[in-house]
Design a protein around this ligand. Structure first.
Ligand SMILES: *Cc1c(COP(=O)(O)O)cnc(C)c1O
Length: 425
């Protein structure tokens, strides 16, 4: 049977761990910092990256390795590197490409933590990020590219602006300039969108969200499509000898997945932020139902969006799966379901909205999104609190915006909860 041709649901269930005769059926949690060897040369070879294997869990671990293989299979990439958080995934995806003095272009409709990362921490470390409007034209995007621009970054479905990135346009301009497109695919997951099919070269995820799906484990992952040409002269760290590895050259010595090998052996080795085995185990189990959950999240969110749209006390609703939404056409093109997050505003503004949030009985106020339970959050006072007013506007966050993470409970019960809460204002 050709595993390469397995359909998505089969890969979600089966890929990543392939037990041999008599092995545990479920991937074991290898809760061990280190691995035993009989001779010193074996370990020296591992340190020199002359053969694959495990020697220290900061760099690689069998449980984490299985999870990485599953996500690589789901996204259709050649390799993946799992990290301790989604924040680390985005930071490392860019730090692996750009260094001090370099520049990155990013669509401004972003998760609040990503805005802080881009405008504070990366900038302090000498990587400048310019935020551009998500509906930028091809000519405007091209005009924003500088000689030192090393990547373009977008969220495929922005958190919480729910803008669908025009991946083909961003990829076209990136490739015309010999630079990669990095796409944060956290909200759609590979169940609903495959950024690699639309030209992305690197995909990142906060696996804390739908991939785990049960709100048990903070984690992140970076996936490499493979085949990007790093040899054009803009990326000397890929093509010139690495002094920290006896002169290894990533594009020559690891031609299949040079990006992933470099990310692991430089950034994960030096900063020490791998995913932990227990989190990889839980996230791997989560993946086994990803296709089913995303279908139900999308169906329930559409039901709730339709209910809110017709409610006299609701001022506005934003859900890319709702006919009439300004992102509807883009969602039809890029997504196979609009995922489980919607936003709305109550007539009467932030104050009335707060009352609705406080009146919900089943849906909880949580600083989280994308797990099986319905939850709500007020980004302007919570996840996006550190942003300035202009940054809030650029990120698509109005003061009255309530973000709903629609769970996989029965849609009738979710709607009933919002109906009774709206009755109280
Ligand atoms: C949550 C989130 C992140 C950050 O991930 P953590 O796992 O919380 O570090 C990054 N990007 C998006 C789109 C997110 O929703």
């Amino acid at each position: 049977m050709d595993k390469q041709n397995w359909k998505f649901a089969t890969r979600a269930v089966q890929s990543g761990y392939d037990p041999g005769n008599g092995d545990p059926r479920i991937v074991p949690i290898t809760q061990s910092t280190t691995f035993k060897y009989d001779d010193a040369q074996s370990v020296a070879d591992l340190f020199d990256l002359k053969r694959p294997g495990f020697f220290y869990t900061r760099l690689a671990n069998p449980t984490v390795d299985a999870f990485e293989k599953k996500i690589a299979a789901l996204e259709g990439g050649v390799a993946a590197v799992a990290l301790c958080a989604g924040q680390t995934a985005n930071a490392f995806a860019l730090m692996n490409i750009a260094r001090c003095g370099d520049h990155i272009l990013a669509a401004s409709s972003l998760y609040g933590g990503t805005v802080s990362l881009f405008t504070n921490t990366l900038r302090k470390n000498g990587i400048e990020v310019t935020l551009i409007p998500p509906d930028v034209s091809e000519a405007e995007l091209q005009a924003a590219v500088r000689p030192e621009t090393k990547a373009i970054f977008v969220e495929t479905l922005a958190n919480p602006a729910l803008i669908v990135a025009d991946l083909e346009l961003f990829a076209k301009v990136a490739h015309a300039n010999g630079i990669p497109l990095v796409a944060d695919n956290t909200f759609p997951t590979p169940a609903l969108c495959n950024p690699f099919d639309f030209g992305a070269d690197i995909v990142t995820h906060s696996t804390s969200k739908y991939i785990d799906g049960h709100a048990t484990s903070v984690g992140g992952i970076v996936v490499e499509k493979g085949g990007f040409d790093w040899t054009g002269g803009k990326f000397p760290e890929f093509t010139e000898p690495d002094a920290s590895y006896h002169g290894l050259i990533y594009t020559r010595d690891f031609s299949t997945a040079p990006f992933s090998v470099k990310l692991r052996v430089q950034l994960v080795r030096d900063y020490g932020v791998p995913m932990m085995p227990f989190n990889a185990f839980l996230s791997m189990i989560g993946c086994e139902t990803l296709h089913l959950r995303m279908e139900r999240h999308s169906a329930n969110a559409l039901r709730l969006a339709e209910f809110l749209k017709n409610h006299p006390k609701v001022g506005w609703v934003k859900y890319p799966g709702l006919p009439g939404d300004d992102q509807y056409a883009a969602a039809q093109k890029y997504l196979r379901g609009a995922s489980g997050v919607l936003c709305f505003g109550v007539k009467g503004g932030a104050e009335a909205g707060e009352k609705v949030m406080n009146s919900l009985q089943m849906a909880a106020i949580v600083v989280h999104v994308a797990d099986v339970r319905t939850g709500v959050l007020h980004p302007a006072s919570m996840t996006h609190r550190q942003l300035s007013e202009s940054e809030l506007e650029a990120a698509g966050v109005s003061p009255d915006l309530i973000r709903v993470s629609v769970g996989i409970e029965d849609a009738d019960d979710i709607i009933a909860d919002f109906a009774q809460a709206l009755d109280r204002v």
